[in-house]
Ligand binder design. Sequence first.
Ligand code: SAM
Length: 147
Amino acid sequence: MKVVLAAIGERARPAFEELAKMYAGRMEAYAEVEVTGYRSEEAFLEAMERQRGRTAPVVVLLDGRGRQMSSEQLAEWLGRQRDEGQQRMIFAVGPANGWSDEARKRAGALLSLGSMTLAHELARVVLCEQVYRAFTILAGHPYHRGS
Ligand SMILES: C[S@@+](CC[C@H](N)C(=O)[O-])C[C@H]1O[C@@H](n2cnc3c(N)ncnc32)[C@H](O)[C@@H]1O
């Protein structure tokens, strides 16, 4: 399975970029990982459109109005996708002013990180940590237990 961790808008400042890449690097023990950015929501949606077809990816938009899950629930869901043979999961953090309704309609799923609004750079760091955590839960790695 390949996991794409995307962000829309300006490149994150170095401190945020470094943290996102640190978790993405750790994730590589479990999946192929790509950290990428798109200059606008439109560019992102166009890229998603080009990937439609037989092996269409699951596109998960990070959104405050989305479904909230515990880390264990995210792990279970991700594990199910993997076991069902899903080859490509795209998680995307929206632009600073959020996703349009059109983007929300086209998403495979909307995922909330909680009811508080995070700065988009921070949301991507939290996303990367939670997807990494999900893989460690699936692998039975002690990271999730804090040991
Ligand atoms: C500053 S927030 C956008 C706030 C905007 N007013 C809205 O309602 O979506 C920028 C991006 O960060 C992500 N984000 C921020 N807080 C989030 C949360 N609690 N859960 C999921 N994503 C979040 C989303 O991808 C959002 O599009």
